[in-house]
Design a protein. Sequence first.
Length: 275
Amino acid sequence: MKTSAKRNHWLYINSVILLLILVIFSIFPLVSGIWQVNQEQTSQNNIVNQETAVLESEVLGYQMVLQREPDNQTALEGLLDLKFRQGDLVGIIVPLERLAELNPTDARYMILLAQTKQQIGDLPGATAAYKSILANQPGNITALKGAADLLVQQNLVTDAISLVDNTLKSANRLDTNQNTAQDINITSVQLVLAEIYIQQNKKAEALKIYEEAIKTNPEDFRPLLAKAILKKEEGKIEQAKSLFAQSLKLAPESYKSSIIKLEQNSLSPSPTSSQ
């Protein structure tokens, strides 16, 4: 009896050990997978930390250079690039402002400054940056549209219209005097003004501008295209088709596919609209 009890005891122990071995082997792939994920996550974190450390080291290097040479444009541009890569929008303001001061004829820095200030919520600062460009380059459409959009965003629609309309009047005066030194593209300015009216749901005013632009510059495809989109939104399909065809004919080759897509994707006609 004692031998039998001892044998049963060892059988029980062996069964438990066998069960443990089976359990261990059954969970091993899961444990291995979790370990691998943790290892990969740790590796990724280490890479991110290393990249962050490298960026911070490079930023410090440029800052030290700028302490000795505050107008070193290579260091300013290097710092600007690093701050972008870090996602530090506030941190790029100072080097951008200095680069804009050092390059008053290059509007790219001031435009980037305006866009950055807009991103961080400094709308008055962004508007001022755009207007400083327009003071020297009234024909800069990027700055004009940016300033107009910001004014509309701040519910200063009348100011936005006045800004663009005054630019248009200035362009017309220059054209009359045959003085093109300011290089203002009248059609581009007209399109910016029409867009403001479209945003305010004043389609009649926008349409009038498109028609004037087509009359004064019949070789430009853009007002034809804008009018086509407006007509299709009104449900005047046949008119829209004709205008799309005219704009497609005049457009440079690189724009043709986009015009075709616009025609295909623009709004369906309203069931109550007339042809």
